[in-house]
Design a protein around this ligand. Structure first.
Ligand code: GLN
Length: 204
């Protein structure tokens, strides 16, 4: 059906791009890698993948993508950031490397590598009523946490100890973990609903 497949991108500078493309295509989206401003201009939603945020930051500046990304975020483009992608969306970053910048947009304070060396990677099930009854199987890989959120930010998920690992603010969605590696598709579905609404509002 015409118009039923939203055109969305995955920022393809560094990170687990392919896993996100696969997840989005499994949900019926027309999902494309995005590396250049022209490609960014053509999408109604963007996923920023996990990887290494300091590298994604450097490459986004080297490729002339930082400013276009900031402009599209300001315009209300739906963006879903996982792990390093969440870091890129944070207005404030702790434990950044020297000179590291974020795109911003999410009114949150995020700390990189928040679990230290002992707990580099782990998996756990987290209840997230906003996504339904079934808990989310969350895979954390050198993950950040959200240390505080501004007024307009909804907390979607917390670890048992209370630490915030999933947030939403308007068109922006961020998770500390990687749903794309565990077959958890509800975040991508939620992102695609935002992308469809954004496309419809632009077409109106
Ligand atoms: N530690 C990485 C960073 O600072 C994030 C890890 C990940 O995306 N899995 O960007």
């Amino acid at each position: 059906m015409a118009g039923s497949a939203p055109v969305v991108g995955v920022l393809a500078l560094q990170g687990d791009v392919r896993e996100h493309l696969t997840a989005l295509r499994a949900l019926g989206a027309d999902a494309r890698p995005v590396r250049r401003p022209e490609e960014l201009a053509a999408v109604d939603g963007l996923v920023i993948p996990g990887g290494e945020s300091s590298v994604i930051d450097k490459l986004s500046r080297a490729f002339g993508m930082q400013q276009p990304l900031r402009e599209r975020i300001a315009e209300g483009l739906p963006v879903y950031g996982t792990c390093a992608g969440l870091i890129m969306l944070a207005d404030e970053l702790r434990d950044a490397i020297a000179g590291q910048q974020t795109l911003g947009g999410l009114d949150v304070v995020v700390r990189r590598n928040a679990f230290g060396n002992q707990l580099d990677s782990f998996e756990t099930d987290i209840p997230m009523p906003a996504l339904g009854d079934e808990p989310v199987h969350a895979v954390f890989i050198r993950a950040p946490v959200v240390e505080s959120v501004g007024e307009g930010v909804e907390v979607i998920g917390r670890l048992a100890d209370g630490r915030i690992v999933a947030v939403e603010q308007g068109a922006l969605l961020g998770t500390s973990f990687h749903p794309e590696v565990s077959g958890e598709l509800r975040f991508h579905e939620r992102f695609l609903a935002k992308a469809r609404a954004f496309a419809a509002s632009r077409a109106a």
